[in-house]
Design a protein around this ligand. Sequence first.
Ligand code: FES
Length: 578
Amino acid sequence: MEQSIEQTTEVLLCLSPGEAADLKEGINFLRNKKTGKDFILYKSKNRVRACKNMCKHQGGLFIKDIEDLDGRSVRCTKHNWRLDVSTMKYINPPGSFCQDELVVEMDEENGLLLLELNPPNPWDSEPRSPEHLAFGEVQITYLTHACMDLKLGDKRMVFDPWLTGPAFARGWWLLHEPPSDWLERLCQADLIYISHMHSDHLSYPTLKELAGRRPDIPIYVGNTERPVFWNLNQSGVQLTNINIVPFGIWQQVDKNLRFMILMDGVHPEMDTCIIVEYKGHKILNTVDCTRPNGGRLPEKVALMMSDFAGGASGFPMTFSGGKFTEEWKAQFIKAERKKLLNYKARLVKDLQPRIYCPFAGYFVESHPSDKYIKETNIKNDPNELNNLIKKNSDVVTWTPRPGATLDLSRMLKDPTDSKGIIEPPEGTKIYKDSWDFEPYLNILNAAVGDDIFLHSSWIKEYFTWAGFKDYNLVVRMIETDEDFSPFPGGYDYLVDFLDLSFPKERPSREHPYEEIRSRVDVIRHVVKNGLLWDDLYIGFQTRLQRSPDIYHHLFWNHFQIKLPLTPPNWRSFLMHCG
Ligand code: FES
């Protein structure tokens, strides 16, 4: 029978009439002493606005912002995001996110109440009690990176298959050697979930091999604003059974198995996570989400898996100039890694899964030209996280090796059962020691000599197509060789995004400035195919300098997520040039 689930209201903070009258104009930091939860209230002449004192990024605590002269903004203690509490909009990163507001009820008799409207948790609809699981009935096998092969009764489900080739152009390569039967395993899947469009999750080289054998393999993705498979046609990979499912609704696979895709709170336009439920036992995979489902997640699931490693960004290792010395960068990523570990450990402690598995961070910058990144972009060690988790809770942890299988029933019954986790056979190769670079580099290289680049007017054509303008930023784009020195005969030009012009010199008005050096094969491949700049930025294929030192969220968000879905029409361009 369907159980109705209603939205509820929770009182988070209660101020007496006297306490409410004592609120000062501007920012007030308050704590509910009973729950230990913190809030920020902003009082102006005619209203009070309020929010949790919790940063949208990774849940950090806000404090007074010393740079704020108007008394309106607060600063996050974790990574310095800044929030204007008078508007509830973040000012760093500029033009980015809004803070969720709480409902304020206030009158002279009763004082002030802070209320949160709690929408029902979608996974609570049609709840099921956990049923008995036989040994071997649910088995989870780790393949590589974020790829898990789940046996759920007589069904097989695979998450995020990246099993061959690079990701992010030529920047990321598999750290682990996938089990030799990976393609068989993929072919036998009843369903494949792909969490988002990043190429370490949506791997066209992997899907190409799979499509050669099973073009009709059922693939499931969330209904994100930018479609996960936006580039399928161009990729040349023939997949005929891609299913886009709405968020927060159970998808029934058979009488025992269902799943639900949820969106990310920070990047809902592209990122998702998933709950799989078999006979009432939940498996939660938060993948790469920064704030999976805005921070509301099911507690006490049987198994939870999430990313943990960090290092999945061009920042700061590809930056130079100003504060970006080697020492600063090393210190910075060390501190970031620690924060990420603490955040993940906290999340696990709060959610209390029975078993936790860190994954989705097993890549290496193995191409010789990226030696500097490989040596400096240090990632978290999964064992370190697991030890931290074990210190603070009795959650069982699993650091998977490729081909290792976890038997859920055994592990839930007795985590010390020696058959709970079957390790790969003795002598199995765990880490890759060679990668097939050449065919992938050849594809990128093919773009260098493309006819498009015989005509300098490609620059105007490309940036007009990209559609980013009316923003005060001047960028110098430099095509480079492998070592980021100017490529002989390569382009070196300015783009003024305020009016989308291409001046010879920097304009005389005051303007933020960025210099982006990009390897010529990758930038030309990206330009030619209308690809997102993740390949450049996350793939470590650029070197950046900026003045002032500001993250231009609107600019990067556009080129990393919002570019048009179809590539520039180079055929027509060449016809007109000719
Ligand atoms: S900036 Fe607030 S948690 Fe990262």
